[in-house]
Write a protein that binds this ligand. Structure first.
Ligand SMILES: Nc1ncnc2c1ncn2[C@@H]1O[C@H](COP(=O)(O)OP(=O)(O)OP(=O)(O)O)[C@@H](O)[C@H]1O
Length: 253
């Protein structure tokens, strides 16, 4: 087990009132496993992803990375955790500085995290990674984000995340803004990278058919609760909860 979340609760204050976005959510992620998290908008998927990835703090509950509570990590352990868990979000453009070239955007995290790397080594790493995600470095590195389509930018965002050699990749609706054929291309890319690199993934989407395509197990969420969790095929072919049944029927009707 690489990551474990135990009884994660998250409260937000909305108009002076407490709103519970997550209510005692627990799950574990195995090494090299892809766990899909599915549920309708507002069910708490993104909040959960950000909490287990250390971007938000839970109101109560704990997240363990390699058996260590992430809220107690300091110094080098904290840095290593931050590097080991990378995110790919829905809108890659929003996570890239529009004035920077892709070369700078990709080199920056490497420079910060691996101070000893030379310019040449960085250039080689980012070029190799671009090739891996299906982009031609020569036609990519000198351009700014606005030069690229959504699908191309998502490939670049995946390259940026993988350059840091993460053990966990959290993909939050990372194919949702793409049309169906591009969505399939990015999913196929993630599937092949998963086999090649063996990274664990948390794959968040509102679309259970997309989640099924990539996930070993699926966790279904509703109103901040876990409704059901199990092997992907089992969740799809014999869902136990009525909400899961509705999700499956709607997706495969
Ligand atoms: N910073 C915040 N302040 C107040 N409420 C929030 C905040 N962040 C999230 N919420 C609320 O928590 C609930 C869960 O949000 P979250 O974004 O995690 O859901 P989601 O399942 O990822 O949905 P979506 O796919 O629409 O993002 C929602 O009702 C949302 O409005």
């Amino acid at each position: 087990m690489i990551l474990e979340a135990t009884a994660i609760t998250k409260d937000f204050k909305v108009k002076q009132k407490k709103f519970r976005a997550l209510d005692r959510v627990s799950f574990a992620l195995d090494e090299k496993e892809v766990l899909g998290i599915v549920g309708e908008s507002g069910s708490g998927k993104s909040t959960l992803g950000e909490i287990v990835g250390g971007l938000q703090k839970p109101t109560s509950g704990s997240v363990y990375y390699d058996g260590k509570d992430i809220s107690n990590l300091n110094g080098d352990d904290k840095k290593l955790f931050r590097r080991s868990v990378q995110f790919v979000f829905q809108s890659p453009k929003e996570t890239m500085n529009p004035y920077f070239s892709i070369r700078t955007i990709l080199a920056e995290p490497l420079r910060i995290n691996y101070r000893k790397l030379s310019k040449t080594e960085i250039e080689r790493s980012i070029s190799d990674m671009l090739i891996r995600v299906g982009m031609d470095p020569k036609n990519t590195l000198s351009y700014r984000p606005s030069h690229f389509s959504g699908g191309q930018l998502q490939r670049i965002a995946i390259a940026r995340a993988l350059l840091l050699d993460p053990r966990i990749l959290i993909c939050d609706e990372c194919t949702s803004s793409l049309d169906v054929s591009l969505q399939a291309q990015i999913l196929n890319l993630l599937v092949s990278l998963k086999k090649e690199i063996g990274v664990s993934m948390i794959f968040i989407s509102h679309d259970i058919s997309v989640v099924r395509y990539i996930s070993d197990r699926i966790m279904v969420m509703k109103d901040g609760h876990v409704v059901e969790i199990g092997e992907s095929d089992e969740i799809i072919t014999s869902p136990k909860d009525s909400y899961t049944k509705t999700l499956v029927e709607t997706a495969y009707r």
